[in-house]
Every structure is written in C-alpha cells, then in structure tokens.
Design a protein around this ligand. Structure first.
Ligand code: ATP
Ligand code: MG
Length: 429
C-alpha cells in the first residue's frame, strides 16, 4: 500500500491483466486503448462480462472522440487523456477511491432516512415514475455524470436534487448554474471565478460557482444553451477536475459531481453541430428521461392532493378535488407539466368556495364536455378565450353527432381535415 492508500498492480498487456484479476481483489483497472494482441476495448469488454464490479478507466489520446464514445457504450466508468499530468491521473484515482468507499458506506447504511427525504418530495407512483426513482437510487450514490432530459416543468431540477441527496455529497453544496440566463461575457468568470483585477470591474477575486460547489454537486441547467467556447472549457474541467480562474495562470483542483439538464434532445443538437459530441458523452454517462405529466395521468390524484396540502392556507375551505374535476385534470395535455398543475391548483384554491374543487374552478379550457357555460369573470387572453369557445363548439358537435366526425364537421360547417386538426390541437380523443 502506498501513502495515498492506493495499491498498484501492473500488467503487461490484456492477458496478464486478466490473470491478475482472477487472483486479486481489484477495484479499478486503468486500461490503455492501444496495446498489442488484445486492445483496450476488447479487454474492457472482457472485464465487464467477467468482473462487473471492477470499474474501468480508459486511457485515450486527446481528441479521440470515436474511441471515447465506443468505450462509454461498452461500459467504461471514465476516461483519462494520456497526455495529462501524472498528478491529474493520481487525483482521478483518489477520487474514484473515495467514491467506492462512499458507495460501500452507503450500501452498509442502506439509509432509509436518506431515501425517504428524497422521495417524499418527488411525488408519483405511476410505472414510469417508479422506474425513475429506482434509477435515481441506483445512480445517485455514484459520482457518474448524469444528463436529465425532460419537458419544461416536468421536474428535472427535483430529480437532480434527489440524485444529490442520494449521494455521499448530500451534506455538500448543490449549486445550480442556469446556462441559459448568464450573460455570455460573464459566464466564464461566474463558473470558474477570477482573480482580482482580471478585468475592469473585478475589484475582488471570486471563487466561481464550480469551486463554491466543492465537495458537492454542480447542476448545469439548460446545458444546451452553453456557448461553444465554454463547452471546450467545461470539457477540460470535467476531464481533469481542475478549474482555472479568469486571469490566473494556475489551475485548482475541484471535487465536484456534474449533473446537467436539458429540455431538448441534446443528441440531436450534437448531430446538427450545436453541441460538442465529446462533451455530450462526458455529461451523459447516464441519461435519465423525466416523463411528461400527460403520460402519467395516474399520478394526478397524488400530485393534486400534494399541491392542495402544500398551497392551502388556514382560510381555504377546500379539502379535496371533486371527481368531475379530477376527470378534467386527467384529460388535460399539460404542456407545462407539473409546474402547470401547481399553478392550476393555486388558481383554483383562490376561486373555490369549497369543500371540493369544482370544474368551474379550473381555467376555461379544462372544462370541455362538463360545464357548458364559459367563465368570463377571470381575465384570460383573447386567444385562450377563443380557443375555449372553439373547443366547446367542437365537443358539442361531436356529442350531437354521436361521435361521428364526418357529421360533426358538417354540423360545424368545416371540412373534415380541419376538424381533425382541431381535434389534435385540443387533444380530443
Ligand atoms: N414529481 C413531482 N412531485 C412533486 N413536485 C414536483 C414533481 N415534479 C415537479 N414538481 C414541482 O414542479 C415544479 C417544476 O419542477 P422543476 O423546476 O424541477 O422542473 P424543470 O423540469 O426543472 O422545469 P424547467 O424545464 O422549466 O426548468 C417545481 O415546483 C417542483 O417542485
Ligand atoms: Mg429547471
């Protein structure tokens, strides 16, 4: 054992490495890609299949994205570029070590308290939510970078917090970086900090968000908005766990985990050339998709009860949601997802006379098929109001025609194609 707590075993090639693995307990293998006889990718595959508990870090050449991509797909935990300093390699190994220890502790603790803290706030028991929570508890304790994809308001930030709370970093900071809203000229210094006098106006030195997150998690929200020049720098930070403050000649080591979120398909942005592929693979070691609310309408009773409880004040007379109202909520398409639901409940609580929320307490366009009169007392935009009238008319016609679309179109005096378009636009099944 060396002073840094690592013990090293050297193998001269793939066959020798497999021999060592069969005789010793090994936590991590550092594998070169280019080797005679058995190359690194083949060795990686052999290790993955025979020794799934051994983490594999690949040593790649700078800019060899193709190999990096292949290695990640084949199950490499991480990769290091061969031309980085020995010190940087050592830091990465130490980090990896810290990480198994945490994992081991975590497993030992089986910490019920931690998981309930996390999942109390992430409401939903539909199959897709159950699956998401399962993955969160698997991936959370690791230091793997996670890319969270999901529509606006679907709960991406909540998922990122859950991952943080599931990890050994839970007592460390959780720092949110909104990549879409920081101005391009300031973003580098916001992230990496600056030294005093680095630019006009930099009267004091600043740590930057990455170093503020030391020992914790950095959440890169809307990562697809990050400008190209910063993507290169971010890649360096993630690879070497080092940041260089603006105006400083020296890099500083940081111990952070990176979680990123996007509401668009980042992979498509990569294909179009708007996002670096190597950075994408760095960020998306694990990808989590947060399902849109319309695909889990089974969660509606739980979610609405949760928001009722959270948003009601002592003076609200509301104790629940009427069944007709629940039906309207379950039918809605929810372009704004859970955040939209939260707003709808907040609004309904203000309007409701209690004890149950009625369809009239929902915005006009929620009430098709139920209440026939369109509420005009609450100011809406003209487009909203027109749409809700139109929707009412379409539903009325469908009811009169007994569901026949052709007849409904005739009643409305529009073509069938137009009716279909409207059905789709209003999400009428
Ligand atoms: N499963 C859930 N259980 C309880 N609350 C939720 C859930 N999902 C989302 N929320 C709540 O909905 C709101 C929006 O969630 P969040 O900010 O995480 O969404 P987001 O995907 O990051 O949205 P955006 O893309 O707009 O940034 C928050 O108030 C959050 O607490
Ligand atoms: Mg968000």
């Amino acid at each position: 054992m060396r002073p840094d707590g690592l013990s090293l075993l050297e193998a001269n090639g793939g066959a020798a490495a497999l021999e060592i693995l069969s005789a010793h307990h090994v936590d991590l293998a550092l594998v070169d890609v280019r080797m005679p006889q058995m190359d690194g990718l083949e060795l990686l595959q052999r290790i993955r299949s025979s020794y799934p508990d051994v983490s594999v870090i690949m040593m790649t050449s700078y800019g060899d994205t193709a190999t990096v991509v292949q290695a990640v797909k084949a199950g490499a935990t991480d990769f290091i570029e061969k031309d980085v300093s020995v010190e940087a390699i050592r830091n990465r190994l130490l980090q990896a070590k810290k990480f198994w220890e945490l994992e081991r502790d975590n497993r030992a603790l089986k910490s019920q308290a931690v998981s309930s803290f996390t999942f109390d706030r992430l409401i939903g028991e539909s199959p897709s939510m159950a699956r998401l929570k399962e993955v969160i508890s698997q991936v959370g304790p690791s230091d793997a970078s996670v890319l969270i994809e999901g529509e606006t308001g679907s709960g991406k930030e909540l998922v990122a917090q859950a991952l943080h709370h599931q990890s050994g970093r839970r007592t460390g900071p959780f720092i949110v970086v909104d990549c879409g809203s920081i101005s391009e000229s300031l973003i580098e210094s916001e992230l990496f900090g600056h030294v005093k006098g680095a630019y006009t106006g930099a009267h004091e030195s600043d740590m930057g968000l990455f170093r503020t997150a030391e020992g914790g998690t950095v959440f890169l929200d809307e990562v697809g908005e990050m400008p190209m020049f910063l993507q290169v720098k971010l890649l360096r930070v993630i690879q070497e766990r080092e940041v260089r403050p603006v105006g400083s000649a020296r890099s500083q080591h940081v111990d952070i985990r990176v979680i990123a979120a996007t509401n668009r398909r980042l992979e498509e942005q990569v294909k179009r050339g708007g996002f670096r592929e190597d950075l994408f693979y760095r960020l998306a070691v694990v990808t989590l998709a947060v399902p849109p609310l319309r695909e889990r309408s089974g969660d509606m009773p739980l979610l609405s009860a949760f928001f009722l409880k959270r948003l009601r004040t002592d003076s609200t007379a509301v104790i629940g949601v009427a069944p007709e109202t629940m039906a309207c909520l379950e039918r809605h398409v929810w372009p704004g997802n859970v955040r939209e639901l939260e707003n709808v409940i907040r609004r309904a609580l203000v309007l409701s006379k209690g004890p149950l929320l009625q369809p009239e307490d929902l915005p006009p366009d929620f009430r098709h098929g139920k209440s026939r009169e369109v509420e005009l007392a609450v100011p809406e935009t003209t487009t909203d109001r027109m749409e809700s009238y139109e929707k009412e008319a379409v539903l009325n016609a469908l009811e009169k025609s007994g569901g026949s679309r052709r007849q409904a179109a005739r009643l409305l005096g529009i073509g069938e194609a137009t009716l279909y378009r409207k059905l789709r636009a209003f999400d009428i099944k």
